[in-house]
Write a protein of this length. Structure first.
Length: 117
């Protein structure tokens, strides 16, 4: 779940219809009703548009602009003390999560005069 899921959640809780064009996020209402329910979703985070983190219910995979990687098993290592990215047995997990990283960088919005000075 991410912040993009808050708007659809509030719409559902307030019994309001979503906009005609749809929404990017998903309502978290099912998780509020049943917190242990698995979603099967992965969340992608980017910083500076060139470093990426993909998190699913068990794993967190990070890929940096220089190509370096980190992989953590949150079931066994919730504090992320052991980077498993170099272990040969983790190739499939890394590939599955890496497939969720965009191959092209999204354009950065133009600076707004007086707002980004």
């Amino acid at each position: 779940m991410t912040l993009i899921d808050l708007y659809p959640t509030l719409l559902e809780l307030c019994d309001l219809a979503p906009p005609a064009g749809g929404l990017d996020g998903q309502s978290l209402t099912p998780l509020l009703r049943e917190p242990d329910h698995a979603t099967g979703r992965a969340v992608l985070t980017t910083f500076y548009g060139e470093h990426f983190s993909v998190r699913d219910e068990r794993w967190r995979y990070l890929r940096y602009a220089d190509g370096s990687e980190e992989l953590y098993d949150h079931a066994a290592d919730p504090n992320e003390w052991r980077n498993l990215a170099a272990q040969p047995g983790q190739t499939a997990t890394k590939a599955r999560l890496a497939a969720l990283i965009p191959t092209q960088r999204a354009p950065m919005p133009a600076a707004r005069p007086g707002k980004d000075d």
